[in-house]
Design a protein around this ligand. Structure first.
Ligand SMILES: O=P(O)(O)OC[C@H]1O[C@H](OP(=O)(O)OP(=O)(O)O)[C@H](O)[C@@H]1O
Ligand code: HPA
Ligand SMILES: [Mg+2]
Length: 180
């Protein structure tokens, strides 16, 4: 195990089997769509989760990515800034936002509203992790992989200062790493 990880919270195997279940639940709920579903991953954290989910979909879909930022170190700075916008229009489309974690909720709340402002017909959220004790604004995901305690986690896409995204599991970062 990586020396900066205090404990593994969710193993690679647990993530993989939960993703299969989530994908089949999503497929059921979207099976009657008349147009392709637009699946949008929020960069960078959602990449492994997005890849794991989308390979299980058999329904017609398109993918796109958006990059927004609101974090410096382990702290949410509140303002949500778009660093890379969608390549395609989402006007009149059903959108599924793929997110790695919902913590304060500020990022996803702002992004969901951005999609409605751009004319999306329906916007749903799937998050690998939900940290309800971190919540500062009123927003919930429509689909959640795992509910986790109020600890700073890394791995499976999630970073601390851009590191640890490559870990195949979700783990709790030793506080000694960020209190140095
Ligand atoms: O619910 P919140 O408190 O807003 O936090 C969740 C958001 O913060 C992280 O993004 P970050 O800005 O670190 O970008 P990243 O995906 O590139 O790491 C994470 O990936 C979520 O998008
Ligand atoms: O616990 C977290 N880990 C990594 N990135 C995050 N962004 C919000 N919460 C977290
Ligand atoms: Mg981050």
């Amino acid at each position: 195990m990586n020396k900066d990880i205090e404990k593994v919270l969710i193993s690679e195997e647990e993530i993989s089997s939960r993703c299969r279940l989530l994908a089949s639940e999503l497929e059921m709920n979207y099976k009657d769509l008349e147009e392709p579903l637009l699946i949008v991953g929020l960069l960078k954290g959602s990449v492994p989760f997005m890849a794991e989910l989308m390979k299980r979909f058999t329904i017609p879909c398109e993918i796109d990515f958006m990059k927004v930022s609101s974090y410096v170190g382990t702290k949410s700075v509140g303002d949500v800034k778009i660093n890379k916008d969608l390549d395609h229009t989402c006007d009149g489309k059903c959108v599924l936002i793929v997110e790695d974690i919902i913590d304060t909720g500020k990022t996803i709340k702002a992004v969901k509203q951005m999609f409605y402002n751009k004319g999306a017909k329906d916007v749903k959220i799937v998050a690998l992790l939900d940290k309800p004790e971190g919540r500062q604004v009123d927003i919930e995901a429509d689909y959640v992989g795992f509910t986790i305690p109020n600890e700073f986690v890394v791995g499976y896409g999630l970073d601390y200062d851009q590191k640890y995204r490559n870990l195949p599991y979700v783990g709790v970062l030793s506080p000694s790493v960020y209190t140095k």
